[in-house]
Ligand binder design. Sequence first.
Ligand code: GUN
Length: 305
Amino acid sequence: MTAQLLSGKPIAEAIKAEVAAEVASLGYRPGLAVVRVGEDPASAVYVGSKVKTTEELGMHSEHIHLPADASHDGVLSIVKELNARDDIDGILVQLPLPEQVRDREILEEIDPAKDVDGFHPMNVGRLSQGYDALVPCTPAGVIQILKRSGLEIAGRHAVVVGRSNIVGKPMAMLLLQENATVTICHSRTRDLPAITQQADILIAAIGRPGFIRGEHIGDGATVVDVGINNVSDQDFASELFSEGELPKRIAAIEKRGFTLVGDVNPKEAVERAAYFTPVPGGVGLLTVAMLMRNTLEAAKARRGR
Ligand code: GUN
């Protein structure tokens, strides 16, 4: 079997076009504030893309960038100011935060109505009880890829590998809401391949490059790779990529020092799976698109449409 690749691009573009069309019809501009603390290079790239896309879709964007030594109280007071502002509908505090800033307290300070990341316990609780909520962007994007690719979720066995608050746990909740049978696996799971092989839908959100191998994948499964890892070792890269793909990856390592790799070994996955989301070009593109949708939904709910 050779898996069909599920490209995130056309799906992300469709969602962004839907959001832009709705924004244009509103008569006001939804506003998204993104708070970034310090100089994490990956965060700088992600935030840049969030700011740019917000503006492209006709929404108001603010980027608040604080130095790496910003105090906990300083970050907290910015969140409070943004909570109080009527023109700001969405607040996102980019993670990770520097050590002195207590992230849980910051996230709990965000007004749940403006919590476009869906990380506030109020939204987490609402999601788990099946009520309307702002839901985390990356797992919401995975659901969109599956649905818009015409892949059935109801009644299927979905196995989520990873239990983070950002992806694994909300992913499991969203799949459950779509009537999948859901199993959550993690670093303490015994005989992982025996469980993941049973998956009709396998979601990899572990944070280790190429961790999911052929032996983990049942024939004909749909494999969704949520990982984003940097790989700089050329020998390791040659274990991950086919002859067709490898030269491009080696060139990237030579030029930039790394290549982007998911949590799944793509060379082995395409031999077993029926459908597979590539990295880059898969789930990652959906995260920003769903953030845009969340910002629009938060604005409509706050402003009575
Ligand atoms: N860091 C990595 N992923 C995310 C995310 O989805 N939201 C925020 N705020 N920070 C992140």
